[in-house]
Structure formats: structure tokens, C-alpha cells
Write a protein that binds this ligand. Sequence first.
Ligand code: NAG
Ligand code: NAG
Ligand code: NAG
Ligand code: NAG
Length: 380
Amino acid sequence: MTTSMVTFFTTLLVILMSFQTESLQHPMPSPYYSGSVKAGYWPSGNSLSPSSIDTRYFTHIYYAFVEPEPNTFNLIITSSDQNYIPQFINGLSSRNPPVKTILSIGGGSSNATLFSLMASTVKNRAAFINSTIQVARQYGFDGLDLDWEFPQNEQDMANLALLFKEWHQAVVLEAKVHRRPRLLLTAAVYYAHTIVLIGPSRRSYPAQAIKDYLDWASPMCFDYHGAWSNFTGYNNALFDPKSNISTQFGLGSWIQSGVPPSKLVFGLPLYGRAWKLQDPKVHGDGAPAVGAADGTDGTMNYNDILEFNKKNKATVVFDRSAVSYYTYAGTTWMSYDDAPSMTRKVQYAKSLGLKGYFFWQVGGDRSWTMSRQASSSWGH
Ligand SMILES: *[C@@H]1O[C@H](CO)[C@@H](O)[C@H](O)[C@H]1NC(C)=O
Ligand SMILES: *[C@@H]1O[C@H](CO)[C@@H](O)[C@H](O)[C@H]1NC(C)=O
Ligand SMILES: *[C@@H]1O[C@H](CO)[C@@H](O)[C@H](O)[C@H]1NC(C)=O
Ligand SMILES: *[C@@H]1O[C@H](CO)[C@@H](O)[C@H](O)[C@H]1NC(C)=O
């Protein structure tokens, strides 16, 4: 045999062996859900009832949110959840076209320290995991979603990797034992792979564990600027030549980290960010402001922004370089997406090879305008 033949056969052997290890590590076909993802969160109790969600524009709807109990780390199903979850499942699970339901755990107002404790020991993680599977099966969800906002340090990130691994093993095993489709496993994450702007220290998500154990991760590509800062800014600029606070940077950092684009589902807000201008005559991007717009908590749903524009004869400006809109009338200034800017973002994400997009939250739309537009811009 020539040297090149030896090299060839050695290479072949290595390739064959790697296939075998691969199939041992991943007994379930992967990815479990192979199509595009067009998702939306439904905050429990939202005035939009789950049964009126137009499933032509969605593949997955998340129930938001439930939280773990601080001592047992079992999920708390409150009496209002006991009311809303069956409405949610019954309203969505038998629809045509079909849509999958996912139980989301955590959320923006949940306790980050509690998640840190839950993830910190194998015992706590097991109790949490066990409870999530039990609740998902009891109510008929198709999957589970973790929305921990946010891991605070590198230790939390290392524990998050262990959680994803053990959770994945548990759902694979549970599916095998009960001979039923595996529960989906997803997580909402920071817009960029490394968290820099909030909390005490820089810390990066475990890209390898996300790649190996989640069906997808969902970067929350919004909340880039808000009334916590005394300057107006875009909620979700696609581009920002002056900083890293943009969807282009965020998604790029995720892909660079090693998470394949086919495991990323990026977030689109169906709400804008609202400030009170310091001086109504100074009304550009970056204008001085004095907190949240009067009568708001610093946000307004897309639907209500359109109403505001009409009622106040507001001035609407499209910023081509950021790919975002803003509107102002009197002392109120708001940045938001309308159909054309959202379409550009959807097309941008699709061109990167992403798996799909999600909305926070489905009740913010106006007669499904944005949902329909996003769905048709994405295609199949
Ligand atoms: C968050 O959870 C931790 C751990 O259970 C607890 O010590 C702390 O009081 C909680 N914080 C709030 C605001 O509930
Ligand atoms: C998992 O949950 C089931 C049902 O609630 C319970 O019977 C079982 O003891 C739990 N196992 C662990 C390891 O917590
Ligand atoms: C943007 O991120 C890159 C890569 O992490 C970093 O090198 C650069 O300093 C950042 N720029 C700004 C303005 O923060
Ligand atoms: C924003 O402006 C308000 C009112 O002028 C002031 O009280 C507050 O300290 C400012 N916040 C920041 C972060 O500068």
C-alpha cells in the first residue's frame, strides 16, 4: 500500500468511527423538528384568547410563564395557570394547520438567583427537570423552554451547560420509555453570545451544549435601548455602525460562537419603546429624555402605537441605516418596527440560514398584520 492509501483508509476509519460515536450520543434523530420555526409567546391571561390565534402564521406557541418553587425547584402551577393552561392547550393543540405548544419557564421578571441555585447542583437540577417533564406531560405540551434572564457569571453558564445536557438525556429517555415523541427543548437567550451590558461581569453562553442538546436557542433581539437610559434609541436596530448593540452584531456573535444558524430562532418585538422627551423640539434618535412616556411603563404594543400615530397625527420617521421606525408627538417618542423594517430583519435572518423567528408577544399585533407579513417574507 502506498502512503496515500494508508492515509485514505485511516481517514475513512476515523470518519466511520465518528459516525458511530455520533449515533451513540444522539439516539434520537436530530433535529427533531426539521421545518422552519415561526413562533410566538402568549402571556397567560392575555386578552387575546389562545383559541383566536391564527395558526396559519405560526408553527409553535409558547405559554409564558411558570416558575420553579424556591425550595423544591418543582414548577409552581398557580390556580390561574390551572385555568389558563387547559384553555391554551385545548385552544391550540387540535388546530388546523397544527401548531406545537411549548411551556416557557422563567421570563424577564423572574428571579435570576433562583435559577442559579436550581442549576448549581445535580440534585436541584434533577428535581427541576423531573418536574418540568411531569407538568408538560400532564397538560399535553409538546416542549419545554427555559427563559433564565440571565445567568450572572461563568459559573452559572457552566451549570447551564450541565442543565441542558441532563435535561436532554431526561427527555430522550422519557420518550423512549413511554414510546412517544420526545419533548422539544429550547431556551430564550441574550441577543448576543456574550452578555456584556447587564450584570456584574462578562460571561458567555455554552455554545457547544446549546448545539448538542437544544432543539434551538432564541436570541431576544430587542430591548437594545429603553427608558432606563435618558436618551432615545431603537428597541431593535438591525445595524448600528457606532456600537455592538444591533441584531447584526448579536446574531453574528451567536454564529461565530459555534451554534449553527439552523439552531437559532431570533426574536422580533411586537412592541416599541416609549420615552418622554426633555424638549419636544429635540426629537431624533439619541435625543435627551426624562424617562418613560407619560401614561406608559416605557413600552407600547404595536397595535397601540398605530392608534397613537393616528390619534395624535404623529410624525413617523424611517431610519434606513438602522432599519427601524420612530414616531413622535408632543413629548412622546417611540421606536418600533412596522411591516417594512420587520420584513428586512426577517429576510436578513433568513439569509444567514437561521431556523426561524419568534414574536414577543402575539397579543401585540394588529389583526395579524405583522404575523402574516413575517410568515410570507420567511416562506417555508
Ligand atoms: C430570589 O431567590 C433567592 C433564592 O431563592 C432568594 O434568596 C431571594 O430572596 C429572591 N429574591 C426575590 C426578589 O424574591
Ligand atoms: C419525579 O416525579 C415523579 C412524579 O411527580 C415522582 O414520583 C418522582 O419521585 C420524582 N423523582 C425524582 C428523582 O425527583
Ligand atoms: C464589539 O465587539 C467586538 C467583539 O467582541 C469587540 O472587539 C469590540 O471592542 C466591540 N466594540 C464596542 C464598541 O464595544
Ligand atoms: C434621567 O432623568 C431623570 C429626570 O431628569 C433623573 O431623575 C434620572 O436620574 C436620570 N437617569 C439617568 C440614568 O441619568
